[in-house]
Design a protein around this ligand. Structure first.
Ligand SMILES: CC(C)(COP(=O)(O)OP(=O)(O)OC[C@H]1O[C@@H](n2cnc3c(N)ncnc32)[C@H](O)[C@@H]1OP(=O)(O)O)[C@@H](O)C(=O)NCCC(=O)NCCS
Length: 273
């Protein structure tokens, strides 16, 4: 490959953001900032003619589990091996940290790359969308309002490992609704408000959390729903959401760190699980 993979820095964020918004993704500057602060040595870019033409990020949850996300290659530079080189860089970085299990959430295009690089399917999910008020703007979301404490014990069972540090970072840019048996966040995005992460011990609590979260925004809203959790799928349908994108959870590594999908109602983001 003629282009060099190098570390992504905070100066690259405007270029990375432009690339991801050009591709119709939902991230804002705060999302890039959060990823880079969490993993300053684990985010990578490719540059051509002084522009960012490809990105990828890693997010570690302790020593057992890490995510690869934000894999994007500018359409003029595809099929030149750039995604393959970025994945190889991430795997090198994560293996040097002895991470046991590496996961990612693949688009159909991404899956073509990852399946050749040793990633296996875990389960599938859809992005669900509910159209909002076309006049609604980002300002309608009252960020930072927090009800109660996130239930980290339940979260660890749902997600598979302790991701407290990451959740605290997310909460700083989200509105959280936390009951004892169920917690959820909503945050703003470029195209839509985004529901997630969300966990709940019962479908009844999940419905209460969703009702509270949906009151917070009148914009179009995205929600990534684990397909195996049929209570979550039913809740999305009841609330007027429709599936708009297919994604696949994939993994590689020494062992699969399992999660409890009966407790997971929304991902935190396909870039971070
Ligand atoms: C998916 C994406 C990152 C791939 O980037 P890329 O740099 O073109 O991928 P590579 O050149 O490294 O491809 C490696 C191999 O994957 C397979 N592959 C990649 N894209 C493919 C496509 N569109 N159709 C068929 N096979 C494909 C090929 O086998 C390819 O090797 P080859 O070109 O020698 O045949 C890029 O298409 C993209 O940014 N898409 C939009 C955003 C997205 O979906 N990102 C993935 C998020 S999970």
């Amino acid at each position: 490959m003629k282009h060099k993979v190098r570390p992504l820095t905070s100066e690259d964020i405007p270029g990375a953001l432009a690339l991801c918004q050009m591709s119709g993704w939902n991230q804002l500057t705060t999302d890039w900032d959060r990823l880079l602060k969490h993993e300053p040595q684990g985010c990578f870019a490719v540059e051509a003619n002084r522009e960012i033409i490809a990105t990828v990020t890693t997010t570690c949850y302790g020593r057992d589990l890490a995510w690869i996300g934000m894999m994007l290659v500018h359409e003029n530079y595809r099929r030149q091996g750039i995604a393959g080189a970025l994945i190889a860089k991430c795997l090198e970085h994560l293996r040097s940290r002895n991470i046991r299990c590496i996961k990612l959430d693949a688009t159909p295009a991404g899956k073509l790359v990852y399946s050749q690089m040793g990633f296996r399917d875990e389960w599938s999910f859809h992005r669900w969308k509910r159209d909002g008020d076309s006049e609604a703007t980002r300002r309608n979301l009252n960020l930072g309002t927090v009800h109660g404490e996130w239930n980290h014990e339940l979260d660890q069972i749902a997600f598979g490992v302790d991701r407290r540090e990451w959740l605290n970072r997310l909460a700083a840019h989200s509105c959280s609704v936390n009951y004892k048996e169920g917690c959820g966040m909503i945050r703003e995005g470029h195209l839509a408000s985004y529901i997630g992460p969300m966990i709940a011990g019962t479908a009844k609590t999940a419905a209460q959390v969703i009702d509270a979260l949906l009151l917070i925004t009148s914009r179009t809203t995205f929600w990534d729903v684990p397909q195996p959790n049929q209570d979550a799928v039913a809740l999305a349908e009841e609330n007027g959401f429709q599936p708009v994108r297919d994604l696949t959870r994939m993994w590689t590594g020494v062992e699969l760190i399992p999660c409890d999908l009966s407790l997971q109602y929304a991902l935190s983001d396909p870039g971070t699980g």
